[in-house]
Design a protein around this ligand. Structure first.
Ligand code: A2P
Length: 289
C-alpha cells in the first residue's frame, strides 16, 4: 500500500480502494460536510449503512463534491429489519433512492441472523443472500459481501449461495484484531475491511500505542490506520473534523517495522465494542432487550 489510490481486486474483478471514509455515528449534517471534505481531499471510497440514518446526507455530500460517479466507490449495508428475499430487494431500492444513486459499488449484510434469534437463521440468511444475488445480477450492486460474519455463518451461507461473498467487514483495531477471522475470510477469498479502525476513538489515548506512533512522528490514529493497511485490511476511519480527515489519509509516508507490527498485534484487549455476532447485538437493539 503505497498511495491512497492503491486498491484490492475483489474476486469478481472490482477494484476496492485501500482506504475509505467512514460515517458511522455521523449525524446527517456532519456526514454531508464530511463526505464532501473527504472527496475534496482525495478519498475515493465512502462507507455508510442504512442503519446509520445518513444515506441521504452521504448522497448530498457526494453530489456537493461534483465528483464523477465512476470515480467513487460507495458502500452501504442491509439492515436486520429487512431480512428475507423480497424485503432485501426493497431495501436496496430504498438505499439507492436515499443515496440518490443508480447503483452502489458494494452492499453488505450488516449482521448475520444467528441461532439465538431464531432456529431458522440459516434459511433467513440464505433468503437475504438470494436478494443480494438478484440485485447484483441486475446491476444495482457491483460487489456483494458480509459484515460481522464468522466462519460458521459464512459456511452456512455457502450451503445455498450461488455467488460467493467478496468482502467481510469486521471490527478491527489495535487491541481487537480478530486475526482468526481475518485469516479465515482472506483464505475464503474475501477482502477484509476494518470497522472502527481507531476503536471508535477508544484506543487513541493508549500510552503504548502513543509511544510507538511517536517514533514514526505520527499520531496514534495514523498508526492504527497504517496497522490495518499493513495487515492488508481496509480501514475506513470516521471523522467529522476536517484536519483529522486529512491526517487520516497521510499514512503512506511511513512503514511500521515487523517488530512493532507484532507488538501491536499482541497487545491486550482494548477498545472492543462489545458486539459479538452470536450475541445478536443488532437484534437486541431493534427488539429493545
Ligand atoms: P471526530 O469524528 O469527532 O473527528 P473509528 O473510525 O474507529 O470509528 O473512530 C472514530 C472516532 O475517532 C471519532 O470519535 C473521531 O472523532 C475520532 N478520530 C478520527 N480521526 C482522528 C484523529 N486523526 N485524531 C483523533 N481522533 C480521531
Amino acid at each position: 500500500m503505497k498511495t491512497l489510490n492503491d486498491y484490492t481486486v475483489l474476486s469478481n474483478g472490482v477494484k476496492l480502494p485501500c482506504l475509505g471514509y467512514g460515517t458511522w455515528q455521523s449525524p446527517k449534517e456532519d456526514a454531508r460536510k464530511g463526505v464532501k471534505t473527504a472527496i475534496d481531499l482525495g478519498y475515493r471510497h465512502i462507507d455508510t449503512a442504512f442503519a446509520y440514518g445518513n444515506e441521504d446526507a452521504v448522497g448530498e455530500g457526494i453530489r456537493d463534491s461534483g465528483i464523477a460517479r465512476d470515480e467513487l466507490f460507495v458502500t452501504t449495508k442491509h439492515w436486520i429489519t429487512d431480512r428475507g428475499y423480497e424485503k432485501t430487494i426493497k431495501a436496496v431500492e430504498t438505499s439507492l433512492s436515499l443515496l440518490g444513486l443508480d447503483y452502489v459499488d458494494l452492499y453488505l449484510i450488516h449482521w448475520p441472523c444467528v441461532e439465538k434469534v431464531t432456529p431458522e437463521w440459516k434459511e433467513i440468511n440464505a433468503a437475504t443472500w438470494r436478494g443480494f444475488e438478484k440485485m447484483y445480477r441486475d446491476g444495482k450492486i457491483r460487489a456483494i459481501g458480509l459484515s460481522n460474519f464468522e466462519k460458521k455463518h459464512v459456511e452456512a451461507l455457502m450451503e445455498t449461495a450461488e455467488i460467493a461473498p467478496m468482502v467481510n467487514q469486521i471490527e478491527f483495531h489495535p487491541g481487537y484484531t480478530q486475526m482468526d477471522n481475518v485469516k479465515y475470510s482472506k483464505g475464503f477469498g474475501m477482502a477484509v475491511e476494518a470497522w472502527s479502525p481507531l476503536g471508535s476513538g477508544a484506543v487513541l489515548k493508549d500510552e503504548f500505542l502513543g509511544g510507538i506512533a511517536a517514533k514514526y512522528g505520527k499520531s496514534t490514529a495514523q498508526l492504527c490506520i497504517r496497522f490495518a493497511l499493513q495487515n492488508d485490511v481496509i480501514p475506513m476511519p470516521k471523522s467529522v473534523t476536517p484536519e483529522r480527515i486529512k491526517q487520516n489519509m497521510e499514512v503512506f509516508d511511513f512503514e511500521i517495522t515487523g517488530e512493532d507490527m507484532k507488538a501491536i498485534a499482541a497487545m491486550p484487549e482494548l477498545g472492543f465494542s462489545g458486539f459479538r455476532p452470536e450475541e445478536a447485538p443488532a437484534d437486541a437493539l431493534v427488539n429493545g432487550d
